[in-house]
Design a protein around this ligand. Structure first.
Ligand SMILES: *[C@@H]1O[C@H](CO)[C@@H](O)[C@H](O)[C@H]1NC(C)=O
Ligand SMILES: *[C@@H]1O[C@H](CO)[C@@H](O)[C@H](O)[C@H]1NC(C)=O
Length: 366
């Protein structure tokens, strides 16, 4: 497996280079969404949704320090950047993101947010989706001032985009408290339809802003995360209503994406079935080298699933053996397995195509 992945990496390093003016550099990369892909924006905001204290970052290769990533090490965007032959994108709010660094791309994601504006209101100052898209426009204005407007347009058109959002619309909204406002307003199937229609508007906007290759991930197995096992699961079984939410949401998301592609007449949106990828190691952790996919590495209470991961929490010694780093978020090892599937997965995982196919195609057509 390692030789195979380094072979893929080798190919991608070569074909992932886009000739941009006189200078060859990897294509830009933009990230939108929630804590699964936030790499530090919330450090700059007055919010409780943050990962800026140890042991977060304990295995993060560049510094072994917390950065705001909700992981022990690299998150999914970092690992995709590596596949592009690129350095990690910086959080858009970082004051160090200026000058030529802007050409690498930017990460607009913010922990706690959802598709809906009323998701994650308890986290107060987070960057909601509509705002992330406004900041993307602001980014483009800044880059235009640097390299000119036509070059900026082509940088954005040739970029790769990743968006991960939706889990919080269930966990931190519909199911947050019994009888939540949204659950009184909609039965679950209607709520999912509403989320999909609002998500479609956001993706339409992203397209209008110039995005032409967009990886869209579904939600993970929401009912099986250590937090839900601790709060709702009976005897270690996944929480049924959250599993049902993910099972309703993911296929409708995929259908919606294929429908927009048909309307546009191009494969702009790519469905990444991270739910299915994640389910594989939840149902068969040993096959992937994990000793458990129920107990979080860092936390406290049953399954280490209660409260936050803090300097006072239990901490496992071998993070590579745990599918979950904290009560909600995958470990770096799990993220690596997910990104391997994003790169080379079959149609069941990546629809209409995997990232290695995209990179090969774009290298030919550009
Ligand atoms: C979210 O809030 C913004 C700013 O107030 C607004 O423009 C947008 O329409 C809202 N989105 C939804 C789905 O209500
Ligand atoms: C990616 O997708 C293509 C087309 O579905 C498939 O042939 C290939 O095996 C997949 N994996 C790689 C590494 O390209």
């Amino acid at each position: 497996m390692t030789t195979f992945s380094s072979f893929i990496l080798g190919c991608v390093l070569v074909i992932g280079i886009v000739v941009n003016g006189a200078e060859a550099r990897p294509r830009a990369f933009f990230i939108f969404g929630d804590s699964l892909v936030d790499n530090g924006n919330n450090n700059y905001l007055a919010t409780t949704a943050r990962a800026d204290a140890p042991p977060y970052g304990i295995d993060y290769a560049p510094s072994h320090r917390p950065t705001g990533r909700f992981c022990n090490g690299y998150n999914i965007p970092d690992l995709i950047s590596q596949q592009l032959g690129s350095e990690s994108t910086m959080p858009y709010l970082s004051p160090e993101l200026r000058g030529n660094k802007l050409l690498v791309g930017a990460n607009f994601a913010s922990a706690g947010i959802g598709i809906l504006n009323d998701t994650g209101i308890q986290f107060v100052n987070v960057i909601r989706m509509y705002r992330q898209l406004e900041l993307f426009q602001e980014y483009q204005n800044r880059v235009s001032a640097l390299i000119g407007s036509p070059q900026t347009k082509s940088l954005v058109n040739q970029a790769l985009v990743l968006i991960t959002v939706g889990g919080n619309d269930f966990v931190n909204n519909y199911f947050l408290v019994p009888n939540s406002a949204r659950s009184r307003q909609y039965p679950l199937p209607q709520y999912v339809k509403y989320l999909i229609s609002e998500y479609q508007k956001l993706l339409q906007k992203l397209y209008e802003l110039g995005a032409r290759r967009v990886l869209v991930t579904g939600t993970g197995p929401l009912g099986c995360v250590p937090s839900e096992l601790a709060q709702r699961g009976r005897n270690g079984e996944c929480a049924a209503e959250l599993q049902r939410a993910a099972e309703l949401f993911n296929p409708q998301l995929e259908q919606m994406l294929l429908q927009i592609n048909r309307k546009i007449g191009k494969d702009v949106f790519i469905a990444a079935n991270t739910g299915k990828m994640h389910n594989n190691f939840v149902t068969n952790p040993q096959q992937f080298g994990f000793i458990t996919a129920k107990v979080a590495c860092c936390g406290q209470g049953p399954y280490n699933g209660l409260g936050l991961c803090t300097p006072l929490s239990n901490l496992c010694s071998n993070r590579g053996q745990y599918a979950f780093w904290d009560a909600f978020h995958p470990s770096e090892k799990a993220n690596r397995l997910i990104v391997e599937e994003i790169m080379s997965g079959s149609r069941d995982y990546m629809n209409p195509m995997n990232l290695s196919t995209i990179l090969a195609l774009d290298a030919i057509t550009i």
